[in-house]
Structure formats: structure tokens, C-alpha cells
Ligand binder design. Structure first.
Ligand SMILES: Nc1ncnc2c1ncn2[C@@H]1O[C@H](COP(=O)(O)OP(=O)(O)OP(=O)(O)O)[C@@H](O)[C@H]1O
Ligand SMILES: [Mg+2]
Length: 241
């Protein structure tokens, strides 16, 4: 880092690593997000997007490189310790308890907290009104888009400073996707940083302050969302022309 460059709020810096004793999946991969901004990771299937998110959240050993939050090296911390420091993560799969009600899912999200839970839950119901309506229903009975709202709501229950989302719009219709993106923008406006993986690359880069294209565990292209959308090669290779 050069002296005139501000340290991002959260950065996975030159991360190299893989699963267990297996081969490296990430190769000097860097992803970061600034305070209150939206950073988006895109790239082909198997590029290592989810792996990069897991590495930043501490679910994977980073063999080289580091993860820093507000300049503090947190590379050695467990995911639970990272939650205590203000990070929240919605994984790509199995991100809700389907047999529990919507409200129980939100309560589970607050397991580290002692007070103020009702107030936070109220904020989440204001952000996602349908969840208030369905709060007594089993989360597994909800539509795909509503389940994703439960997952995001549950992550917000810890009042994070950084919200990490792995494909929050997977499997939902374009209309529901637009709605979810609007809610994500709303969350970012409250000052929460968003680090998100997205399959809907074009739409996601439209709302991104910063974009990362990962290919085979490496940074292929990095820029503002607008820069990446304007890049001919990025458009041709990753945005369908
Ligand atoms: N738990 C795991 N154990 C071992 N290898 C894994 C594990 N999860 C993923 N991989 C491997 O890591 C590589 C990157 O996978 P990853 O899930 O990070 O890609 P991705 O970019 O998120 O893909 P997708 O767009 O399909 O979600 C793949 O080769 C995959 O097989
Ligand atoms: Mg993935």
C-alpha cells in the first residue's frame, strides 16, 4: 500500500489459498470494499468467487496474503470473531433455516446480541414488509425472493458494518432481482458496506461503486462499475457483448 492511498474498510489482499490441503484455488486475489459502498464480484462459474468470499470471512485458510478490516489484520480470526467485529455473510446456499419461522430466523441472526433486537427487527420489517406479513410462516414455505430477504434480514440482525452477499438474486425473476437490488442500495445508503457476488453481472455492475472480474482464482479486471461496463473486452467476455 502506498502512503497516499487510503486503506479500504475491508480488504482481502493478495489472497492465495484453497480448501483443506487441496491445491490453491485463489491466486493473489484481491477484493475490497470502502465504507458505505457497493463492491461486486463477477466471473464465470467456478472462477472462485464464493471461495474468495469464504476466504474474506475466515471459512478458508489464506496461505498467503491477508484480510484487513479497518486496517486491522484479521486473517487469523474465526468467522464468529469476524461477526463480532461487524462482518456479516450470506452464503450462496443453505442461508436460512427452512423449518423455522421467518421471525425465528431473524432471532437466530441476533444470537451474539444482548439488547436492541426488537428495534433491529422492526427496521428489517420496514425494509422487507413481506417478512412482517409472513413472520409466523416457516421460511421454507416462502418464494425464492422472499427467502433471500430472510437471509439478508438475518445477516442484518447483527447490525454489521459490512454485509457480504453471495449471489443474493440467484434463481429469482428479473422483477424480484430489481427489487432486491433496490433494497441492497437502501442498505448501503445507511452506511453499511456491501461486498457481493453476482451472476447478473450487467445489472450488478450498474449499481456497483467497484467491480471485480475473477477468472480462475485471479483478478482479471478491476475498476468502477461504469469502467467495467464500458470495457470492450469485459463486455464481450463476461457481459454477453
Ligand atoms: N468445499 C470445497 N472443497 C473443495 N473444492 C471446492 C469447494 N468449493 C469449491 N471448490 C472448488 O473451487 C473452485 C472455485 O469454486 P467456487 O465455488 O469458489 O466458484 P464460483 O466462482 O463461486 O462459482 P459459481 O458461479 O458456480 O458459484 C472450483 O474448482 C470448485 O470445484
Ligand atoms: Mg459461487
Amino acid at each position: 500500500m502506498t502512503g497516499d492511498e487510503a486503506e479500504p474498510m475491508l480488504i482481502g489482499d493478495m489472497m492465495t489459498g484453497g480448501y483443506g490441503k487441496g491445491a490453491d484455488i485463489l491466486h493473489e486475489c484481491t477484493i475490497a470494499v470502502d465504507a458505505g459502498q457497493i463492491a461486486v464480484i463477477v466471473g464465470p462459474n467456478g472462477a472462485g468467487k464464493s471461495t474468495a468470499m469464504k476466504a474474506v470471512f475466515g471459512m478458508l485458510t489464506v496461505r498467503e496474503g491477508a484480510v484487513r478490516l479497518d486496517g486491522e489484520d484479521i486473517t487469523a480470526l474465526t468467522p464468529q470473531d469476524r461477526v463480532a467485529k461487524g462482518m456479516a455473510f450470506v452464503p450462496q446456499t443453505s442461508n436460512i433455516f427452512t423449518s423455522m419461522t421467518v421471525e425465528e430466523n431473524l432471532e437466530m441472526g441476533a444470537f451474539l446480541r444482548r439488547d436492541g433486537i426488537a428495534q433491529t427487527m422492526e427496521q428489517i420489517y420496514e425494509l422487507f414488509p413481506i417478512l412482517r406479513e409472513k413472520r409466523r410462516q416457516a421460511a421454507g414455505e416462502l418464494s425464492g425472493g422472499q427467502r433471500q430477504q430472510v437471509a439478508v434480514g438475518r445477516a442484518l440482525m447483527t447490525e454489521p458494518r459490512v454485509l457480504m452477499l453471495d449471489e443474493p438474486t440467484a434463481g429469482v425473476s428479473p422483477i424480484v432481482m430489481d427489487e432486491l437490488f433496490d433494497r441492497i442500495i437502501e442498505v448501503a445508503r445507511t452506511g453499511i458496506s456491501i461486498l457481493m457476488v453476482e451472476q447478473n453481472a450487467r445489472q450488478a455492475l450498474e449499481i456497483a461503486d467497484k467491480g471485480y472480474v475473477l477468472v480462475q482464482g485471479r483478478n482479471a479486471y478491476t475498476g468502477t462499475g461504469a469502467e467495467l461496463m464500458a470495457d470492450d473486452e469485459v463486455r464481450r467476455s463476461f457481459l454477453g457483448g
